[in-house]
Design a protein around this ligand. Structure first.
Ligand code: ARG
Length: 589
């Protein structure tokens, strides 16, 4: 495994600092802001001078003398008050890139200690179609899962279905109201219950809002729904059988959305899976004095002295005996510990749920539900807005369904593709495939390239452009390299030993070498936008290279073979990073 270029350079420069009697940490090297001055720079002499009470230029000069002896640098200059500008010998750079070419992870795994991470995202709810809020959870969560896997971590993804709690009671009562003769409501019925669901998912999507509205106008209905929820949680057979049907049809529906978005879940668990664990958890929390009864409810006080704002207690059980969203989340943490003993649990959920997670995490720590060596983190995100700057709504003010967003994006992609004249070159099936890939890439890149916590405006016209910072542009850049390499193969041209003969080649190599830092930063900050920037830089540098350096048309055979090799590495890395971002690259476009 190859260490990253930056870490190798930092080590070499650090060694030079050490030789002149200063700490190695001053040798930290960063990419140069101004390429014309150098490829990299080290500003450590300034801090070192402060510490040693010496002149920074003098220190930098001594370090430069040491660095010159290594023979690894083609240019070393001293600038300003003590900055060191560095340019690498071509052999060094080319040697590094050739090493990376042998490593399917481009040097990204060399320093990472693999860990076990559970990612909780997607989070659809029974009977409710996934909406725009679940879009970001799914896109960001899936990308963080792929990132973890790429780094060598064990990544376990759990969809954590919203399938317990009051909405279930509301559904049961509303279905009972409409079809009272179904056996699920007959307490004396001894089974077996029907194999087929009495309701379709489309019906459920109409039944739930109706039930929810009714519960607001009719206190008796609400009360009966509470009771049904409680009885369901206590295991009433008819309710469980009906619930199972509702869950099954809802899961089948969300699978279609997840498949379209390319989200992979290792676990399809939900809130309800905690039901058997909850009684023992409640017992323990009471016995060990963590929970208390307050106004008829069982709660955990999670306020801390240093709190600046009010921190309400986490409610575990309401006076009606039914358990809550926080109860199932706390129990889920305990069950995940027992089953997986993870190093981290990451929740990719709307930022508006931050109070909930703060309460749950505090409770988990306080009650020793999980060890202090397991990180719990809520990875929030901003909202998707309409052009009016407000959270996206349908024309009549309703919730926008995820499916319709995806369909709109694919439709827009189809339109843009037709305008390029591509339609004439492909049959319908391939055109469908390309439009789907372009539409999905458009949504994903637009979502992921924003800072996670910012809101963004959903603007398909902008997202589907084949230029600038868009998914389709990144995808197209990769397709172009693919088709060039295909042409090379048809002409029996092969890749050869890598050479550096032009600055555009060197700059492209530097872009390739920057992946490990991008990967580390993206994982540390849970920020896929850093990878969007990386892949954008890569395609920009590739474009400059392609513009200035002929590949197939190059007369010098060694240079041509080297450039083919460089194109190959670029493509492999681009596809890897696009894969992490959830973007599939078609073979041709
Ligand atoms: N079902 C929830 C919702 O739609 C999201 C679940 C997030 N995960 C969790 N462990 N609470 O808002």
């Amino acid at each position: 495994m190859t260490a990253s270029l930056l870490s190798q350079l930092s080590q070499i420069v650090g060694q030079a600092f050490k030789t002149v009697g200063l700490d190695t940490s001053y040798g930290m090297v960063v990419p140069s802001q101004r390429r014309e001055l150098g490829q990299f720079q080290c500003n450590g002499a300034l801090a070192a001078a402060k510490q040693a009470k010496r002149n920074p230029r003098e220190i930098a000069t001594e370090v430069l003398t040491e660095l010159e002896k290594t023979g690894l640098f083609s240019e070393l200059t001293l600038a300003g008050p003590g900055f060191i500008n560095i340019r690498l010998m071509d052999d060094f750079l080319v040697g590094h890139i050739s090493d990376l070419a042998e490593d399917s992870y481009f040097g990204c795994r060399s320093r990472h200690m693999p860990m076990k991470v559970i990612l909780d995202y997607g989070g659809p709810n029974v009977a409710k179609a996934m909406h725009v809020g679940h879009l970001r959870a799914t896109i960001i969560g899936e990308s963080l899962r792929r990132l973890r896997e790429f780094m060598g971590d064990t990544a376990i993804s759990d969809v954590h279905f919203g399938d317990w709690g009051l909405p279930m009671g509301l559904l049961i009562r509303e279905i009972e109201r409409r079809q009272p003769d179904l056996p699920y409501f007959d307490a004396g019925f001894s089974g077996p219950y029907p194999d087929n669901s009495p309701v379709t998912v489309e019906e459920l999507q109409e039944i739930y809002p109706a039930a929810s509205a009714r519960s607001k106008d009719d206190p008796a209905f609400l009360e009966s729904a509470r009771k049904a929820t409680f009885e369901l949680q206590k295991g009433r057979a008819g309710y469980l059988a009906l619930w199972q049907h509702m869950r099954d049809v809802s899961i089948a529906e969300t699978r279609t959305d997840f498949d379209l978005l390319g989200a992979h879940f290792t676990e399809w668990k939900g809130e309800a899976d905690t039901n058997d664990h909850i009684p023992q958890m409640m017992d323990r929390l009471a016995k060990e004095g963590y929970s208390e009864v307050s106004e008829g409810a069982v709660v955990i006080n999670v306020a801390e002295e240093s709190d600046k704002k009010e921190m309400p207690p986490l409610i575990l059980e309401k006076s009606d005996g039914a358990v809550m969203y926080g109860t199932t989340d706390l129990a889920t943490i305990e069950m995940r510990r027992e089953e997986h003993d993870p190093n981290a649990i990451l929740y990719i959920v709307d930022a508006r749920q931050s109070l909930h997670f703060e309460q749950v995490f505090r409770a988990a720590r306080k009650c020793n539900s999980i060890g202090s060596d397991c990180r719990l983190e809520h990875i929030g995100f901003g909202t998707v807005n309409g052009k009016d700057g407000k959270p996206l709504k349908t024309r009549d003010g309703g919730v926008v369904r995820l499916r319709s967003l995806i369909e709109d994006a694919i439709g827009e992609a189809r339109k843009v593709i037709a305008e390029t004249g591509m339609s004439e070159r492909f049959d319908t099936a391939e055109l469908d495939d390309i439009s789907t890939k372009v539409g999905i890439a458009a949504i994903k890149y637009a979502d992921l390239s924003n800072q996670r916590m910012s809101n963004y405006v959903f603007d398909l016209e902008r997202f589907t452009k084949f230029e600038g910072r868009t998914g389709p542009y990144q995808m197209y850049a990769a397709v172009r390299i693919k088709s060039m390499l295909r042409k090379a193969a048809e002409q029996n041209l092969t890749e050869g030993r890598l050479l550096a003969t032009h600055d555009a080649e060197r700059n492209l190599m530097l872009a390739i070498a920057a992946l490990p830092e991008a990967i580390t930063a993206a994982a540390e900050k849970n920020a896929p936008n850093i990878l969007c920037d990386h892949v954008y830089n890569l395609s920009q540098e590739f474009n400059s290279f392609y513009h200035e350096c002929p590949v197939l048309g190059e007369a010098n055979l060694d240079i041509r073979a080297s450039r083919l090799c460089l194109c190959g590495i670029t493509l492999r890395q681009m596809e890897k990073v696009l894969y992490i971002l959830g973007i599939d690259v078609p073979d041709r476009m």
